[in-house]
Design a binder for this molecule. Structure first.
Ligand SMILES: *Cc1c(COP(=O)(O)O)cnc(C)c1O
Length: 411
């Protein structure tokens, strides 16, 4: 008899996107002539930068020749990519890392989820709310989250609400928590932490022996000088933080799959006898056991974004999305709506007017302005009363959507 991990049965169904699809289908049935504009897209839409395509084509050719063919690669990734990452993303910001502190992978979703493997189920967990659902669900699967209450909160998780009331600044917990997830620039709220604000978290972590799991998937969207690009810009963060980075949002790799995780040698975890062990060693063991590397072709594609031409092409794509975000922010503010985020991030967090619930306002926007968003309540209890809009659409759609919204909301 094979017993199952019953924690999986505790996970609530993931109905958000299927519920949205159903609402849209039934609207289309009644209004076949209406052209809906989707501002809820949770994926990039611009194709791969040309430099990546070229590099990958070349890599495929190498694979076709016995003299240059590559089989299994080095477990943590090829040096050419690791060195490019260290030089361009860390050294350039005054952070020195050793090659052995970087682990190339197939995605930050897998890495943030899998990292739980090397941590005891006895840890307490803290998260900002609303949040990327992967962090919650992977802790539920491990049995670390406890039970879900009627209010949608798990009993063993410390929630740090981020709402307009606290200006989306999560409050540092009054008690100690073993593991804290931070995601900045944030999905779904599009808000950021300044260097000083992030320093408070690092100080808390150092004082309380807390491990920070820092997801920086949207780093490429940062334009302001006082927003840190990596948590290691903060002094001593190497002692308490692991950082997750992905090529998905910077270079359209959502379908290609490439990311990396930084596990500094200095960050350690406790054993039950109060001794310490290196998380880098454990993660290395975990990856070499259960993961066989990202393809050579993919890693060559990722390397290309660090060339001068690659940087130019990436910048152009991100600038395009950021300009969409600006147009959307301005348009909605013009219409008298209240919005957050959308600067240094591709997400805009719209406060629903007149105290409407996320779902009510989703329906209202669909029926009145023919614009699709994503109900904020799908990202956690504190997302209620908000809608997430993304800047990943086409420019003309963003402009047209703002006109429709202005027509419907201007008093
Ligand atoms: C998109 C996204 C990622 C990237 O995930 P990949 O698996 O690398 O595509 C990671 N974290 C957050 C919060 C995201 O929104």
């Amino acid at each position: 008899m094979a017993l199952v991990n019953e924690n999986y049965l505790k996970l609530p169904g993931s109905y958000l996107f299927s519920d949205i699809a159903r609402e849209i289908q039934s609207f289309k049935k009644i209004n076949p002539e209406v052209r809906l504009i989707n501002l809820g897209i949770g994926d990039v839409t611009k194709p791969l930068p040309e430099v990546c395509v070229k590099a990958m084509h070349k890599a495929v050719d190498e694979m076709s020749n016995a003299a240059t063919f590559r089989g299994y690669g080095p477990g943590q990734g090829y040096d050419f990519l690791i060195n490019a990452i260290i030089r361009n993303n860390y050294q350039s910001r005054g952070v020195s890392l050793d090659k052995s502190e970087i682990f190339i992978s197939d995605g930050s979703k897998s890495d943030t989820g899998n990292f739980c493997d090397i941590l005891s189920t006895d840890n307490s967990v803290g998260l900002t709310d609303p949040i990327y659902p992967v962090y919650v669900d992977s802790n539920v699967i491990d049995g670390r989250a406890g039970d879900i209450g009627r209010d949608g909160r798990w009993s063993n998780i410390t929630y740090m609400p981020c709402t307009a009331e606290n200006n989306f600044l999560p409050r540092i917990p009054g008690h100690r928590v073993d593991i804290i997830y931070l995601c900045y620039p944030n999905n779904p709220t599009g808000t950021v932490l300044t260097r000083e604000q992030l320093k408070e978290w690092v100080d808390y972590a150092l004082a309380n022996d807390t491990l920070i799991l820092y997801d920086s998937a949207y780093e490429a969207f940062i334009r302001d000088k006082n927003i840190p690009h990596t948590i290691y810009e903060i002094k001593n963060a190497k002692k308490c933080a692991v950082e997750f980075r992905s090529f998905s949002k910077i270079a359209g790799f959502t379908g290609v799959r490439c990311a990396y995780t930084v596990v500094p040698h200095e960050v350690s975890g406790a054993l039950s006898d109060d001794s310490r062990t290196s998380l880098n060693k454990l993660w290395s063991r975990r990856q070499s056991t259960k993961f066989n590397g990202t393809s050579y072709i993919t890693q060559r594609g990722a390397e290309a974004i660090f060339t001068p031409e690659g940087k130019k092409q990436v910048r152009k794509i991100i600038d395009y999305y950021l300009e969409n975000a600006r147009i959307m922010r301005d348009g909605m503010q013009d219409a008298g709506l209240t919005v957050y985020g959308g600067v240094n991030a591709p997400y805009i967090w719209l406060k629903t007017p007149e105290g409407k619930t996320s779902w009510k306002f989703f329906e209202y926007l669909l029926h009145r302005a023919h614009v699709i968003g994503t109900p904020g309540s799908g990202f956690g209890p504190s997302g209620e009363g908000y809608l997430r809009l993304t800047a990943f659409g086409e420019r003309y759609d963003c402009i047209e959507a703002m006109e429709r919204i202005r027509r419907n909301f201007n008093r």
